[in-house]
Design a protein around this ligand. Structure first.
Ligand code: SF4
Ligand code: SF4
Length: 231
């Protein structure tokens, strides 16, 4: 049975806390609040994260979001064609996933103001998990450990599994949709359909994408996640 919406938001918070704890255990990450080269229009999030973000914005943040949505295009950022669990299922079947158009990294996140995130504490997993050992602005790209990429994939799989029925897709697109009263109510009632907006339905987690060389390192974290999800 899928937990109710309030329980899923509470679980989302615990997943964020666990992930932030994982990052805190890594020495030498260059990331900090106010470093915003990674704040592009290509961030992807789930509908549960969009719901949690929108419903927790303060009045000024909410006004800023509405102004940004009124100003900005919601069509310029990365729109994935397969979810993380969809990709895992393709791999398990030995099938090639649908080809993706690579993120361009050119557009800026619609929330960003003066190179700062006005909702940093509420930012979705797609922002939290974009980390680097060197400052991207000087190197031109992120430098990420392979094991971090595997942990990121596991969290993306769990977040997708948790947000069912729900969907995922581009940050600006999903925020524009769920800022509307009708879709917000439809999501709360468990029947948001994001198909017409190019959003993808979330799928259950059937197989974790953890390569053999990372299984030992990830064992404690996977145990924590199992306990967390079991309630
Ligand atoms: S990923 Fe790069 S741009 Fe983003 S916070 Fe870290 S160092 Fe800064
Ligand atoms: S939500 Fe905040 S942290 Fe994430 S990309 Fe936008 S401005 Fe950056």
């Amino acid at each position: 049975m899928t937990p109710d919406l309030a329980a899923r938001v509470a679980l989302l918070d615990r997943l964020y806390t666990r992930y932030d704890g994982f990052l805190a255990g890594i020495d030498g990450l260059a990331c900090r609040e106010g470093c915003a080269a990674c704040c592009t229009a290509d961030v992807v999030l789930t509908s549960l994260e969009a719901h949690a973000l929108i419903t927790r914005l303060g009045p000024a943040q909410r006004e800023g979001l509405e102004a940004a949505l009124a100003r900005g295009s919601t069509a310029e950022g990365f729109q994935p064609r397969v979810t993380t669990n969809g990709l895992a299922d393709c791999c398990a079947r030995g099938e090639a996933p649908p080809p993706e158009t690579a993120p361009q990294g050119t557009g800026r996140c619609l929330l960003l103001r003066d190179e700062r995130c006005p909702a940093y504490a509420l930012r979705p997993f797609g922002c939290r998990c974009f980390v680097s050992r060197r400052t991207c602005r000087t190197t031109g790209c992120a430098e990420v450990d392979d094991v971090v990429l595997t942990v990121n994939t596991v969290f993306l799989q769990v977040l997708e599994h948790l947000d069912r029925p729900g969907c995922q897709g581009n940050f600006a697109t999903l925020l524009a949709l769920m800022s509307r009263p009708g879709p917000a109510a439809a999501y709360a009632a468990g029947h948001l359909d994001g198909h017409a907006w190019g959003l993808l339905p979330n799928r259950p987690l059937t197989i974790l994408m953890v390569p053999p060389e990372h299984r030992g390192a990830l064992a404690p974290l996977l145990g924590d996640l199992r306990r967390l999800l079991a309630g």
